[in-house]
Ligand binder design. Sequence first.
Ligand SMILES: NC(=O)c1ccc[n+]([C@@H]2O[C@H](COP(=O)([O-])OP(=O)(O)OC[C@H]3O[C@@H](n4cnc5c(N)ncnc54)[C@H](O)[C@@H]3O)[C@@H](O)[C@H]2O)c1
Ligand SMILES: O=c1ccn([C@@H]2O[C@H](COP(=O)(O)OP(=O)(O)O[C@H]3O[C@H](CO)[C@@H](O)[C@H](O)[C@H]3O)[C@@H](O)[C@H]2O)c(=O)[nH]1
Length: 435
Amino acid sequence: MRISVIGCGYLGATHAAAMAELGFEVLGVDIDQAKLEALAQGSVPFFEPGLEPLLKTHVDAGRLRFSTSLAEAGAFADVHFVCVNTPQRAGSQAADVSYVDAAFGGLAPHLREGAVVVGKSTVPVGTAARLAELVAGLAVDGVDVAWNPEFLREGKAVTDTLHPDRLVFGTPSARVEAVLREVYATPIGAGTPVIVTDLATAELVKVSANAFLATKISYINAMAEVCDAVGADVTVLADAIGLDKRIGRGFLNAGLGFGGGCLPKDIRAFSARAGELGVGSAVALLREVDEINMRQRQRVVDMATAQLGGSLLGRRVAVLGAAFKPETDDVRDSPALNVAAALHLKGAQVTVYDPVAVPTARRMFPTLGYASSWEQAATGADVVLVLTEWAELTTLDPAAVGAVVSARNLVDGRNCLDAARWRAGGWTVAGIGRP
Ligand SMILES: NC(=O)c1ccc[n+]([C@@H]2O[C@H](COP(=O)([O-])OP(=O)(O)OC[C@H]3O[C@@H](n4cnc5c(N)ncnc54)[C@H](O)[C@@H]3O)[C@@H](O)[C@H]2O)c1
Ligand SMILES: O=c1ccn([C@@H]2O[C@H](COP(=O)(O)OP(=O)(O)O[C@H]3O[C@H](CO)[C@@H](O)[C@H](O)[C@H]3O)[C@@H](O)[C@H]2O)c(=O)[nH]1
């Protein structure tokens, strides 16, 4: 069996390398020539731990190739995974599905009889059925569309792809289910549970899982706001409620909230789609989840402002962390950068440091200052904000940082530092939901 992967970004590049690792011959297709050139040389054009060695092994072995041609993909493969982007539509909460439409529509005329086109992108429910009709109108007979949503996390993409918690197959027939079982024979053999269902349920599993994760984060951030009102500690509260097996401790870290290329846009797209379906009120809570989340960013800006006596004009601010979470250089909807930009707009001289995300951050916010080390960013700072919990930042020595700053003001935007230790070092520390 030969496989093509259409769209070679964070998801697609990982999926292509993982499919080669599972033993298939793989062709990756993208419209971004520069990205393809890097991938074809075994180089990953973004930071994802463990991906580059995997990719390089299979590129060097000739099992994994890249192309810009959907015609080549159609002629080459039996199974095609579509991994193109579905960003938030400009000026709207809804998802932009134009890239998915272009990929399915462009591939369909080139498909061989018996081919299966498997959507992995996160889409509004109903998209797969619409695309199945589109493909049926453009392709030879005997071609099918399936949906196999992806649950990988950036920073853990390789492990999550090769060892997923579960596989979800939205399939129109037993034939397509058998094809997907053959593709994933290795993880299934290792015990990965498989849920076989219809297209709409498969699409919904993905968005409802992300909506649930987002809700958990906003719930704990709401509790953090209450903790702040009474001087209670949200981290202790999270540990205590998390010990209840029905609740679980995962995704209960209060702080700056969720960002990235998935949770924010996915809950908005889900709300928009539910509205179109006439069931908007069923997911009305997601609007509140979004609002609580965005409020945390403003709370952190307010904390830094308060530490400097109410005005940021001309003050020097060190922002440590730019990626939306550690172990990635992804800055899409990054809470850290959002805060940095807001402080800059209030007149502060902001210098940002991140262990890997400075180049991606600079592309998105070219007007901010950037540093190549935490020391450089913190030198002369009136306040230091730790906004992404990279190990390099959570293990900072309060005395070492104290030696270079102008004033010992600290905002711990991820509740990732030992506040008592920093206070003992003469620092004024503000955290989210912590006394
Ligand atoms: N990033 C993740 O962790 C993750 C995890 C699960 C699901 N998803 C979903 O997967 C999809 C892709 O996300 P991503 O983060 O990889 O996006 P991305 O922007 O990193 O990658 C998308 C790629 O698709 C390419 N592309 C666009 N149109 C194309 C076309 N017509 N033909 C060929 N290539 C095309 C782009 O050039 C880009 O390289 C989204 O729907 C996202 O919600 C992402
Ligand atoms: O307790 C927590 C856990 C996470 N976050 C934040 O939530 C965001 C998202 O984190 P995470 O879910 O780990 O990152 P993603 O790589 O965006 O992964 C999510 O989005 C992907 C794309 O849809 C899905 O495949 C994954 O299952 C889903 O976890 C980040 O900004 C984190 O800082 C918190 O604030 N508190």
